[in-house]
Design a protein around this ligand. Structure first.
Ligand code: KIV
Length: 275
């Protein structure tokens, strides 16, 4: 099937269309982007959803965890993406400590991402009572929210490890019931990260909103990958769930080596490249 000609590739993607895609069995393709350069290429490639993830901490800022990302940084990167991406739904991550403690603060911060960075929806991790109330309030006032369950990187200091979640019965049941509660609170989709495929399947089958998986198996309604991992730019991170579609680290390194060699050996620029 050539997705570039299907009906979902014609107009802008809305949260309503995400639900239609799930109902039609049309899988949702999501990728991260943190700047206009990559967002433009990904829009041209026909992705449905661009996530301005707080993984920008790892990819752009060289940090070990996502905890230090600020709202100001999320607004900056999201603005760059929304300045070019018009068809995909653009979702911005809410940074750690911008939504967990105080509901009014959470709603205001989500509102700033929509108003100042022009994204279409926000994503937040986990499922506490406060988070459910925040999701409900945001949804009521017109801020679409995606949940994020399973491995939630902002909780690394609670988990102590990035290993798969929901591998024991109790945790699998908790993730399942959290997904139901997020849907009931009004979430428009749920990201499921690094959980067993059969748990991804049962959650996907029991929700009417789409699930977007990353290491959550083939039964999710859509998939998301961090672009630098799947394009082989970031070669240090290679979990099982990342499929490498290119080896750009090598391509870029070779090109820059050639450039350096040309400059050092006075082979660049030539007369033709000069004024
Ligand atoms: O920050 C991010 O890129 C994410 C994805 C890994 C889902 O949350």
């Amino acid at each position: 099937m050539n997705y570039l000609n299907d009906k979902y590739n014609l107009g802008a993607i809305t949260t309503e269309r995400l639900r239609e895609m799930k109902a039609d069995g049309r899988k949702i393709c999501c990728i991260t982007a943190y700047d206009a350069l990559f967002a433009k290429i990904f829009e041209e490639a026909g992705v449905d959803l661009i996530l301005v993830g707080d993984s920008l901490a790892n990819i752009v800022q060289g940090k070990e965890t996502t905890l230090s990302v600020t709202l100001k940084e999320m607004i900056y990167h999201t603005k760059a993406v929304t300045s070019v991406a018009k068809r995909p739904l653009v979702v911005a991550d809410m940074p750690f400590m911008s939504y967990q403690v105080n509901i009014d603060e959470a709603v205001n911060n989500a509102g700033r991402l929509l108003k100042e960075a022009n994204c279409d929806a926000v994503k937040l991790e986990g499922c506490t009572e406060k988070i459910l109330t925040a999701v409900k309030t945001m949804t009521e006032i017109g801020i679409p929210v995606l949940g994020h369950l399973g491995l939630t990187p902002q909780s690394i200091n609670k988990f102590g490890t990035y290993k798969a979640r929901g591998t024991d019965k109790a945790e699998a049941e908790k993730i399942f019931s959290d997904a139901i509660q997020l849907e009931d609170a009004g979430a428009c989709a749920v990201v499921l990260e690094k959980i067993p495929a059969d748990l991804g399947k049962s959650i996907s089958e029991n929700l009417s909103i789409p699930t977007i998986g990353i290491g959550a198996g083939k039964y999710c309604d859509g998939q998301v990958l961090v672009y630098a991992d799947m394009l082989g730019i970031n070669i240090d991170f290679k979990p099982r769930f990342v499929r490498r579609y290119a080896e750009l680290h090598e391509v870029i390194k070779k090109a820059v080596e050639q450039y350096a060699s040309d400059v050092i050996n006075s082979n660049f620029p030539t007369d033709k490249e000069s004024y």
